[in-house]
Design a protein around this ligand. Structure first.
Ligand code: HAM
Length: 436
């Protein structure tokens, strides 16, 4: 039997509705906050993601799915959305309009990681990216839009952790101090961190293995090495978050795994043990040099990405339902061949009028058809036999009141509409009304 690749999963009916709903809410929030959709390829030239071979970011080292295509070109399945988005921004000269570009995207990303709950090899992100002036208010526009999404889906056990990596000058100074500090304490570092020491010492602060060690806890903080400009930018971010009433925790050791960040970085954690180490459900930050690095003008960017898979796990854990149970307006059961043929016409006609409906395609067994009707959870079950057709009638069972009536076939749709719009349980609110 063929099976799915390790670290991937199928999104089956029942689950897929939740994904669609989450996408719908995300789109709505983006519309409200004035972000426009961009769709980029799921594979890009290798160099889009592997810019600096000396860097020790995980993305460069080990995590990407790289392949040579039939034209001998080296390609990479996108491990994240930012670099492809920047590539598209530059290639299509979106900067030419001189306005701030506020973009959103979603789709699958691919990373060759050790799979566990909340960590997959194919996973799904929503992302936001904004290109324009280096404005602290734009950083907060991004963060506050994330909060809008979480409010819209009702997820609130969250913590925003935030830090600044400063600009290049501040970071270079800090890097030097860190290298000195960790060199003195090298014996206390794990093997990966020893390797990071010369390539990307900031990443040591982020190490999951050493995270509780005294050496890490006592490591110097970037805040002591920021120049005035970096300090001012971060202060404005924090002041603006305060003004909006968005709570956060300052985390001086937050550095993030990707290599392109400068100034503001943040992560939003879901506060529960259910996702273990994978409880960061949204993360991002400012990247002032990536547009230039990918061949564009000197325009800074800032953005974030949500892990959709993790958001859905969190919603499930909180018992938050974002979709209603599947429900049809009616399900049709037929008795006899003529009824089946006429029934199909009736279904098509009803669908043209916007009724959500279906019929049984089982054989003649009434029992099997009723079972199928049950499975399809409908407000009404319609029963049509050859006799009813002869009399221009149809039997309509109301599954909420458990009563049955015989209705004239040519009055059926009006009858159903009046019942649906005056539903005894909900007055028409608990299910979508017919569009007609
Ligand atoms: P990231 O932190 O690598 O950042 O990923 C963002 C989010 O994607 C994570 O917080 C997590 O929720 C989810 N995620 C990452 N890897 C996996 C995985 N293997 N399985 C399931 N979920 C995962 C970025 O990707 C940046 N591009 C964010 C950004 C946009 N920064 C600026 N603009």
């Amino acid at each position: 039997m063929l099976t799915k690749p390790k670290g991937t999963y199928d999104i089956l009916p029942g689950e897929s509705q939740k994904w669609a709903k989450l996408e719908q809410v995300f789109r709505r929030v983006c519309e409200i906050a004035n972000y426009e959709e961009i769709r980029t390829p799921i594979f890009e030239q290798y160099e889009t993601f592997h810019r600096d071979q000396t860097d020790s970011s995980d993305m460069v080292n080990k995590e990407t799915y790289d392949f040579i295509d039939r034209g001998e070109r080296k390609m990479t399945l996108r491990p994240e959305g930012t670099a492809g988005c920047v590539r598209a921004y530059v290639e299509n000269k979106l900067y030419a309009s001189n306005k701030i570009s506020k973009l959103f995207y979603f789709g699958p990303m691919f990373r060759y990681e050790r799979p566990q709950k909340g960590r997959y090899r194919q996973f799904y992100q929503f992302g936001l990216e904004a290109y324009g002036p280096k404005s602290a208010l734009l950083d907060v526009d991004i963060i506050s839009t994330a909060i809008l999404l979480f409010k819209a889906i009702g997820l609130n056990k969250l913590r925003v952790r935030i830090n600044t990596l400063g600009d290049k000058e501040s970071r270079d100074k800090y890097r030097e101090v860190l290298v000195n500090y960790f060199t003195k304490n090298i014996d206390y570092l794990c093997a990966d961190c020893k390797d990071r020491l010369n390539k990307n010492p900031l990443r040591i602060l982020d190490c999951k293995v050493d995270k509780d060690s005294e050496v890490l806890k006592k490591a110097p903080c970037i805040s002591d090495y920021l120049n005035e400009e970096s300090k001012a930018h971060f202060k404005e971010v924090i002041d603006s978050l305060d003004r909006l009433g968005i709570s956060y925790v300052l985390d001086p050791h937050l550095v993030r795994g990707l290599d392109y960040y400068s100034d503001t970085v943040f992560e939003i954690e879901y506060l529960s043990d259910v996702l273990g180490n994978q409880n960061v459900i949204c993360a991002g930050g400012r990247y002032n040099n990536l547009v230039k690095e990918l061949g564009g003008p000197d325009i800074p960017g800032v953005g974030l990405a949500f892990g959709m898979d993790r958001i859905l796990l969190a919603l499930e854990n909180e018992n938050i339902k974002i979709v209603k149970d599947k429900e049809l307006h009616f399900f049709l059961i037929t008795l006899g061949n003529l009824a089946k043929e006429e029934g199909q016409k009736l279904i098509y006609d009803a669908r043209l009028r916007g009724f959500k409906c279906d019929m049984s395609y089982q054989g003649q067994s009434l029992k099997a058809q009723f079972k199928e009707a049950d499975y399809n959870n409908s407000l009404f079950t319609l029963i049509l036999g050859d006799d009813e057709i002869a009399n221009n009638n149809i039997n309509v069972k109301n599954n909420q009141t458990k009563t049955q009536e015989t209705v004239k076939l040519n009055e059926l749709f009006d009858y159903l509409l009046s019942k649906i719009n005056n539903c005894a349980n909900c007055g028409g609110k608990c299910h979508e009304k017919s569009t007609n």
